[in-house]
Design a protein around this ligand. Sequence first.
Ligand SMILES: Nc1ncnc2c1ncn2[C@@H]1O[C@H](COP(=O)(O)OP(=O)(O)OP(=O)(O)O)[C@@H](O)[C@H]1O
Ligand SMILES: [Mg+2]
Length: 281
Amino acid sequence: MALVKAFTQFVDPPSGSTSAEASPEAGGTPRAAKIETVNMGFFYGTHQALRDISLRINECAVTALIGPSGCGKSTYLRSLNRMNDIIEGTRVTGSVTLDGEDIYARDVDVVSLRKRVGMVFQKSTPFPKSIFDNVAFGPRIAGLTNRTELTEIVERSLQQAALWNEVKDRMRESAMALSGGQQQRLCIARALATSPEILLMDEPASALDPASTARIEDLIFELKQNYTIVIVTHNMQQAARISEVTAFFCQGRMVEVGQTKQLFTNPSQKETEDYITGRFG
Ligand SMILES: Nc1ncnc2c1ncn2[C@@H]1O[C@H](COP(=O)(O)OP(=O)(O)OP(=O)(O)O)[C@@H](O)[C@H]1O
Ligand SMILES: [Mg+2]
């Protein structure tokens, strides 16, 4: 009951079929998974950081990943757009599919994959360039040179990231002159500029004050109409507020996944309950 009290106030009733799995009990047809990992494992050299992760990530929904520090959340997130490839000696086992296609297949173009699966890192990492050049970076890498088109994309992305009004007269200024919360929204705009289908967010609000955090959460709410979002957060109230599905990771395993409300109010595993009630982690 304590769990119910602690979390129901934060959770909106999920709309439609939002279960991590099919929800035949709700009469809904199972949604197609946008991303699916099956028996996925991950190694840094000989150290196995993830084992046996089977998780379906539904389209146009928010999936939250929670769990104690070092349990593998960032590793999992980075494996969804092959960002771990840049770390030498890493290896993935099992399967990771996007729209049913193996993203680790030999013929996959990793640049195109990362265009489809954008990422916002835990620490905002603007380039030491102007605000405009930061947002235009991805489209330029993709070969776009037309100034009018670039300007349109930059404005649209900044609008989507709820930053446009604050920076529209400062486009040539350095991004480093923005506040932390503005830099984080700039990084979101930069990720959106390549029109990804999926947005991976690694603790996007962990360094922000409550007002900036609320803006990011509002933004995620807006974005999920069109994007599939996977978010890592240490803030369980945040997970409860913004996600439909939550997966709890611990020591490289996925202990439990379910509808967010159910996981927070009636977890099936003792480990999950201990974590969300603050008994460990
Ligand atoms: N580049 C790396 N090289 C070797 N081991 C790594 C590397 N990055 C992470 N690890 C190890 O993999 C495990 C999972 O780390 P990861 O960063 O995925 O955890 P996390 O759940 O995101 O933690 P946190 O909540 O602190 O961000 C840890 O044991 C960590 O030490
Ligand atoms: Mg992490």
